[in-house]
Design a binder for this molecule. Structure first.
Ligand code: 2M8
Length: 409
């Protein structure tokens, strides 16, 4: 079984390869996505290290002058996805979206270099671009050290219940008629609702009409939410960037400052009442009260918080496959609907890495084994039902194949 899955996983990476970059899956997502590509790189690293580096380099070829690395790069127009480049109106060197995604690149560059140090010259070339992308977050998305997003798509957790209250306060006026393509590829019950899409598009229009002006959006957007995905991945990636800086003989003062800021900022995400890290709506000051899979990225960020172990154990007990994207005890939990319940294998990689580093090796091992079993039995789906591991969303998925090769098999 394992060997057959290995072959299949390599074939998926090859099929989704568009020459220098991979698409997450054919049809549903026909472009280069930011964090998908970084996960793809560790999959390639298993059999083609040169191709692994190229994946990340191609991603950074779309970096904007202000340092932002877009969440989608539209290398060639494909009508099977909406919204495309005409709606986003990105202002970078290649047509792109106008928001970023969880900044995991520095972490994976460090991991790639650990696997094969002879690639150090390529890390040296990428280093200034990585610095610029972190500086962009620390300049425009930094609320006392907690990292905010201006669109749910930026966190990668598109329709998780954390956005429900903020979204309920938005009246999506002025959005043109549109035609979704995602539900032509995947059944509606496994995708966000129309209600969510109206608001996604409202926020895209707000940003695009402003020419993606960060100072303007900081003042006017109704959606400015501090989020554990961004705060924890950026904190972790900044620690990795610091390790790279030392290795490459680069200064670390700015990085030290950022790490200190985010260590303090991460504590803003602690919700005493719910006993979890969650999101904070900067406009209302309210916590969202959702235990999500992103809450468990605290260890990955180097925050060794034992209070989260009880939450982890409770949720692992409650589901056959874990970590579900939303706490099954939360009223908004939907085990098949995208980021409102399903298990995402690639997020489990980050959670398990954090658990292992914090010394919780048995939990890390259990999570790794359960994820491996889930993929071995159900294939390379986009996400999985926590109750029985049933595959959901897109199939032949790049990041699921990649994490299988690099970690779960
Ligand atoms: C999903 O998001 C895109 C928008 O960015 C979509 O639904 O159209 C998310 O799961 C996100 O995390 C992921 O990077 C992307 C591509 O796999 O799909």
């Amino acid at each position: 079984m394992t060997e057959a899955r290995d072959t299949e996983a390599r074939a998926i990476l090859a099929q989704n390869d568009r020459g220098g970059y991979t698409v997450p899956t054919h049809g549903l997502y026909p472009y280069q996505w930011n964090w998908d590509s970084v996960f793809a790189a560790i999959g390639f690293a298993e059999h083609d290290m040169d191709r692994a580096w190229t994946e990340i380099e191609t991603l950074f070829s779309g970096q904007w002058e202000n340092g932002m690395v877009p969440h989608i790069i539209f290398h060639q127009v494909d009508p099977s996805y909406f919204p495309g480049p005409d709606i986003w109106r990105g202002t970078g060197p290649i047509p792109s979206s106008g928001i970023s995604q969880p900044p995991i690149a520095a972490t994976f560059v460090r991991w790639l270099l650990d696997l094969d140090p002879t690639y150090e010259p390529r890390a040296r070339t990428l280093f200034p671009a990585l610095m610029a992308s972190h500086r962009w977050f620390m300049t425009w998305r930094n609320e006392d050290g907690a990292i905010v997003v201006t669109h749910p798509w930026e966190t990668g957790r598109d329709n998780c219940p954390d956005w429900d209250d903020t979204f309920a306060a938005i009246e999506p006026e002025g959005v043109d008629e549109y035609y979704r393509r995602d539900t032509t590829h995947v059944v509606e019950d496994e995708r966000p609702r129309r209600w969510d899409y109206d608001r996604y598009l409202y926020l895209v229009k707000l940003g695009a009409d402003s020419g993606w002006s960060e100072p303007y959006l900081r003042e006017v957007t109704p959606f400015r939410v501090a989020d554990p995905t961004m705060t924890f991945t950026l904190l972790r990636a900044t620690r990795d960037l610091r390790a790279l800086a030392i290795r490459l003989g680069e200064p670390t003062a700015e990085l030290d400052q950022w790490i200190g800021d985010m260590e303090r900022g991460a504590q803003r995400l602690w919700n005493e009442e719910a006993q979890t890290y969650d999101c904070v709506d900067i406009r209302s000051g309210k916590h969202t009260g959702v235990v999500s899979n992103a809450s468990f990225l605290c260890w990955f960020a180097g925050i060794n918080d034992d209070r989260m172990l009880a939450q982890f154990d409770r949720i692992a007990e409650a589901t056959t496959y874990f970590v579900p994207s939303t706490d099954p005890a939360h009223p908004a939990y939907e085990p098949k609907r995208y980021w409102r319940g399903p298990v995402w294998a690639m997020l489990n990689v980050l959670i398990a890495a954090g658990l292992a580093e914090a010394g919780h090796s048995e939990r890390a091992r259990n999570l790794t084994e359960a994820t491996g079993r889930m993929i071995a039995e159900n294939g390379f789906a986009e996400y999985f039902d926590p109750r029985d591991g049933a595959p959901a969303g897109g199939r032949n998925f790049t990041w699921t194949a990649a994490v299988w090769l690099a970690w779960a098999s």
